[in-house]
Design a protein around this ligand. Structure first.
Ligand SMILES: C[S@@+](CC[C@H](N)C(=O)[O-])C[C@H]1O[C@@H](n2cnc3c(N)ncnc32)[C@H](O)[C@@H]1O
Length: 367
């Protein structure tokens, strides 16, 4: 595959985003597109995170995996004390600095959580939320209570409720959200920054499908988890733009578009080798591709970006789709549908599922 990073300037639009017959939006070819065509190059994520456990092995800028270069870990890191971010080369560290430390704005953890005495009693009920209790109103009410609790707490240190234990995944999610907050703050300070062109802007993020309700309805404990993540950021992270976290809206908006829209950041092992997920990223313009169990697109990571290529000739007006789950010929329709319903919360409407479901119904009737 070529090393193209950005194609928007060089080719006329090959597709448009419009409503699908089964609801929501999808991506449709405007003209015939031959096999192996690069249809979209998302050069950078709006927000991303490398799993904490890979921090030393995955470059904080281009996501290069040290093992693929025959090294155990990278040795170049940012100069800040504490945690730090590691890079595969000086150029990556410099690019990272330009983006994350624009105008010397400070984003850091300014205090260590000092106690572990649990949530405010006003938030405790969220730990026992049941599926039947989850409504959009109940979720908004939970966030309102959280806002009040953290506001009161900020007024009086003596009244602090302490800190709940955060899981590794929650801490990774904290870093993902912070990365999005940094992108937003930097684009507001310097609207002409290159990330606006390559990663999209805040309104682009807001235009993505909001999956908060679907996710929390399916896993009610997620609401408490997300409020913990917001509480941690509000209490312990010093942001130059503190108004971004003075109320939960911005953090909530990022979290609502995390599940269901993000892509895994995978190592770049050849297709026939096992690969490892190193983190995840929100590539705004790549999040309009729906799933199909016979996809006509495949994605491939290119440095910080993800490129989307056609896997066969596509007709004008055909929907361009990727696959969200294992769709190999042996993956049964039941397994595919179950995976999509359990992990993605939708009933797959693709032609392969319709065809294979009909065959299964026929077999049942004959039996
Ligand atoms: C990443 S978004 C894709 C863009 C989305 N359709 C939109 O309007 O923003 C994923 C969501 O699209 C819908 N979707 C994707 N593939 C689908 C399919 N095969 N059948 C039904 N809905 C699908 C589901 O609602 C899913 O949560």
């Amino acid at each position: 595959m070529g090393a193209v990073e950005h194609i928007d300037d060089v080719v006329p639009p090959q597709y448009e985003i419009r409503a699908t017959r089964y609801g929501g939006r999808g991506v449709f070819a405007l003209r015939p597109i031959p096999k192996d065509t690069l249809v979209l190059a998302c050069a950078a994520p709006y927000a991303s995170v490398v799993f904490r456990k890979f921090k030393r092995e995955v470059c904080g800028w281009c996501f290069a995996y040290s093992f693929e270069s025959g090294k155990n870990k990278w040795s170049i890191r940012n100069g800040d004390g504490g945690g730090g971010t590691w890079f595969c080369m000086d150029e990556c560290r410099e690019s990272w600095k330009i983006v994350t430390q624009a105008n010397k704005r400070k984003v850091s953890c300014d205090r260590k959580p000092s106690s572990n005495s649990g949530a405010s009693p006003m938030l405790e009920h969220l730990d026992n939320l049941k599926e039947g209790d989850v409504t959009p109103e109940a979720i908004s009410h939970g966030w309102k209570v959280a806002e009040k609790v953290f506001f009161e707490e900020a007024k009086s240190v003596a009244g602090s409720w302490g800190v709940e234990v955060m899981s590794e995944f929650e801490m990774d999610t904290v870093r993902f959200v912070l990365n999005g907050l940094i992108t937003r703050a930097i684009q507001e300070i310097s609207p002409s920054t290159s990330s606006a062109a390559t990663a999209g802007v805040w309104d682009d993020l807001l235009s993505l499908q909001d999956n908060e309700y679907a996710l929390i309805r399916s896993k009610p404990y997620i609401l408490a988890s997300r409020i913990r993540i917001y509480g941690f950021i509000k209490r312990f992270v010093q942001l130059a733009r503190s108004e971004l976290v003075s109320t939960p809206e911005t953090v909530r908006a990022i979290l609502a578009r995390d599940h269901g829209n993000v892509f895994g950041i995978w190592d770049t092992a050849p297709d026939d080798e096992e690969s490892e997920m190193l983190g995840w990223g929100l590539y705004v313009s790549g999040s309009y591709f729906n799933h199909d169990c016979s996809p006509n697109l495949k994605k491939r990571r290119h440095k910080r970006g993800i490129n989307f290529y056609t896997t066969h000739d596509v007709n004008a007006d055909e929907e361009l789709c990727i696959s969200y789950v294992d769709v190999c010929p042996g993956a049964s329709v039941i397994n595919r549908k179950t995976a999509l319903e359990n992990d993605w919360f939708f009933v797959c409407q693709c032609a392969r599922c319709a065809r294979e479901s009909n065959v299964e119904i026929d077999l049942c009737i004959r039996d």
